[in-house]
Design a protein around this ligand. Structure first.
Ligand code: ZN
Ligand code: ZN
Length: 247
């Protein structure tokens, strides 16, 4: 019997906040998770070199260190951008400065300040042309669910942002592969995402983390939005935020 393997994946690290952009490859097709600042050239050349067929850009959440290149990448590869409905507004107003949406405003301007030192100004952000949302549109979910014969799933994981989403690949019961999950800014190696940015919620995050302890199998490889990969089993053992059951 051959040892089960994981789906093929490649992680590219952006200069800004070292955000990870991940390519998951299956049967010569590829799904991209997140679009860090300036990664478009690297992603497209990797795809061209390997002759992969790109299927979609899956966004873990709306913060611009994960979405800055979404418009460029989506246009260059002619693929849709998939994001949870609750974070959809970030693609129009990623810094929370649009006066037409007072409920989403960030009066503290924390996001503007956080990215200003990298030269990422609100007027330089481009909204992608092709956006599809999870959590609100059954037709989109059933059509995007066909990707890889449905051998992937998404988990709503609010707390860091309202629409934070975890994408799990190769987790079906009859799979010969070991699963891997892109956890965005929800779960990191030995840490978890902050909840003090606009839209963050400490209590909701605690519920999400408790849910993940059973939703992700311990052999699942975790590819966080920042930092090194880990496994769910290691995090259940060593991550203080999961062990205490409370953040
Ligand atoms: Zn974030
Ligand atoms: Zn981030």
């Amino acid at each position: 019997m051959t040892e089960p393997t994981r789906p093929e994946f490649h992680v590219l690290q952006a200069d800004v906040f070292a955000a990870n952009t991940t390519l998951i490859v299956r049967d010569n097709t590829v799904v991209i998770v997140d679009a860090g600042v300036g990664v478009t050239g690297q992603v497209t050349s990797l795809i061209e070199r390997n002759g992969w067929d790109p299927l979609g850009l899956f966004i873990t959440h709306g913060h611009v260190d994960h979405t800055w290149d979404a418009a460029e990448l989506s246009a260059a590869l002619d693929i849709p951008v998939l994001i949870h409905e609750a974070d959809r507004y970030h693609l129009d107003d990623p810094f929370g400065i649009d006066p037409d949406f007072p409920e989403r405003r960030d009066p503290s301007r924390m996001l503007v300040q956080a990215f200003a030192s990298f030269g990422l100004r609100p007027d330089l952000f481009t909204t992608p042309n092709r956006i599809e949302t999870l959590g609100s549109d059954a037709a989109v979910e059933s059509s995007i669910g066909q990707v890889w014969g449905g051998q992937w799933r998404w988990i709503a994981a609010p707390g860091h942002t309202p629409g934070a989403t975890i994408y799990v690949f190769g987790d079906e019961a009859d799979s010969a592969a070991l699963p891997l999950a892109c956890t965005g800014d929800v779960l990191f190696a030995r840490s978890v995402g902050r909840t003090d940015l606009p839209g963050g919620d400490h209590r909701i995050m605690a519920d999400t983390l408790e849910m993940l302890c059973t939703a992700l199998r311990s052999e699942t490889l975790l590819i966080p939005g920042h930092g090194p990969t880990t496994t769910m089993g290691d995090e259940l053992t060593f991550n203080p935020y999961l062990r205490s059951g409370m953040m």
